[in-house]
Design a protein. Structure first.
Length: 209
């Protein structure tokens, strides 16, 4: 069953409070999104497997831990997910980056793929799918299914703000994918925006509001 981890770290909560403010400008919003992504990434990578290797310090030989395999991938859901990539690469700079683009069909309201470019060996990697907002869950469920269809098996999902409706949809559709959430909000409004939320994350990251 999927593990759902809602962050309780004071720094994460403080920074989320800052980006919720409607008067937070584009640059500060973008920078803070990146910082939050880095902090959530720190928690989401807690269970990565380790190997023990022998090295030599300036004093003597000793055994240390290092990441097993070192094969990680960060897959943002376009376009808002791009805002989380740099923060994650600060912690895991050797990770490969793929991109999944989806839009919502105005009539069926179902997600439609318009772009997908993944690392060639993505199926062998530990994959972190990132999107600042988990609202209805439609795009995230579709993106993860696309990855599974391409052979990916070790998949995690990270978001900054989530609605209960989206969490429910994700855990039902993908019970094998762990969720790492900055803040679990109250509900979706009639326009499928998260309440209290922070508005449209893509518009606020890229200054297109």
């Amino acid at each position: 069953m999927a593990k759902v981890v809602v962050m309780d770290h004071p720094l994460i909560q403080h920074k989320i409070g800052y980006i919720r403010r409607k008067d937070t400008g584009t640059k500060d919003f973008r920078d803070t999104i990146s910082e939050i992504a880095m902090l959530i990434c720190y928690e989401a990578t807690r269970d990565l497997p380790l190997d023990e290797v022998e090295i030599e310090t300036p004093i003597c030989k000793t055994k240390v831990k290092e990441l097993k395999g070192k094969k990680l991938a960060v897959i943002p859901i376009l376009r808002a997910g791009l805002g989380m990539v740099d923060g994650m690469l600060t912690l895991i700079p050797t990770a490969k980056v793929g991109h999944i683009g989806l839009y919502r069909d105005p009539e069926t309201h179902e997600p439609v793929e318009y772009y997908c470019k993944l690392p060639a060996d993505c199926s062998e990697r530990e994959v972190f799918v990132v999107d600042p907002m988990l609202a209805t869950g439609g795009s995230s469920v579709a993106a993860i299914q696309m990855l599974k269809d391409k052979g990916c098996r070790k998949i995690h999902f990270m978001c900054i703000i989530a609605a209960p409706e989206g969490v429910k949809k994700m855990t039902e559709a993908h019970p094998d994918v762990d969720l790492y959430i900055g803040s679990l909000d109250e509900h979706l409004n009639e326009h499928a925006y998260i309440v209290p939320g922070l508005g449209d994350a893509g518009d606020r990251i890229f200054g297109t509001k």
